[in-house]
Design a protein around this ligand. Structure first.
Ligand SMILES: N[C@@H](CCC(=O)N[C@@H](CS)C(=O)NCC(=O)O)C(=O)O
Length: 225
């Protein structure tokens, strides 16, 4: 049995959920909010972050490591391209998603607009939000726009690169932001394509209640904001 510790609206927890759904695995989600964790959390998550997975008693932290392990256990359908260069590209875009898009853009926006007011009961830092939106995000989105050569980021099929990047774009949209179709037409179309993926769509459906309870904007899914 696979248990995923985290919350489905977390960018990195969603990566593991989509991977599990893509592979048709049975799993359950044990809710953990990293800012208000259970008493034994440090023993499960050495970094304190979500997600953590318990795979038949084998406990692993970090979404990239968990997804790689799940792919080793259940190779079909794959989430990594077979071709060596495409594999490296997929790993690169996964790294860029977590290390740059999340760290420099999505985390700061989500922290300031959702976690601070909703969980920490602190005011949103509007200046920090403006800096991210005006000075940081455009270059990152432009990089993705330029890097997108076809329908997917690596190997001509959906891979961990797409799961990781699109998961970040979901939270960007949850905050009420959009990918400007005039500036980033390929990326905007790509995001719609990801939303129509069966596993990705099922993951978003399964987090509906959590997203609504956090008053996140699901308008991009065709639901009135
Ligand atoms: N490299 C980690 C990053 C995990 C991560 O940053 N998780 C966020 C939620 S999406 C978190 O736990 N944030 C709380 C914190 O930074 O303390 C992974 O891929 O699992």
């Amino acid at each position: 049995m696979l248990t995923i510790y985290g919350v489905p609206v977390s960018v990195h927890t969603r990566k593991v959920i989509v991977t599990a759904l893509h592979k048709g695995l049975q799993f359950r989600v044990e809710p953990v909010i990293p800012f208000n964790p259970p008493a034994d959390w440090a023993s499960l998550s050495p970094t304190g972050k979500i997600p953590v997975a318990d795979i038949g008693g084998f406990k692993l932290a970090d979404s990239a490591v968990i997804c790689a392990y799940l792919d080793r256990l259940h190779p079909a359908p794959p989430i990594y391209p077979r071709d060596d260069k495409a594999y490296a590209q997929a790993r690169w875009f996964e790294e860029y998603a977590g290390g740059t898009i999340f760290r420099d853009v999505v985390h700061g926006l989500f922290f300031n607009k959702v976690i601070r007011p909703g969980i920490l009961k602190q005011p949103t830092d509007a200046a920090a939000v403006a800096t991210i939106l005006d000075d940081v995000a455009p270059a990152k989105l432009a990089y993705l726009e330029a890097a997108l050569g076809g329908d997917w980021f690596a190997g001509g099929q959906m891979s961990i690169a797409d799961i990781a990047i699109a998961s970040n774009l979901v939270n960007f949209h949850y905050l009420g932001y959009d990918i400007d179709r005039m500036r980033y037409p390929k990326l905007a179309a790509y995001f719609r394509r990801m939303l129509s993926d069966k596993a990705f769509g099922a993951a978003l459906e399964s987090e509906k209640a959590a997203a609504e309870s956090m008053k996140l904007d699901r308008g991009f899914l065709g639901v009135p904001a």
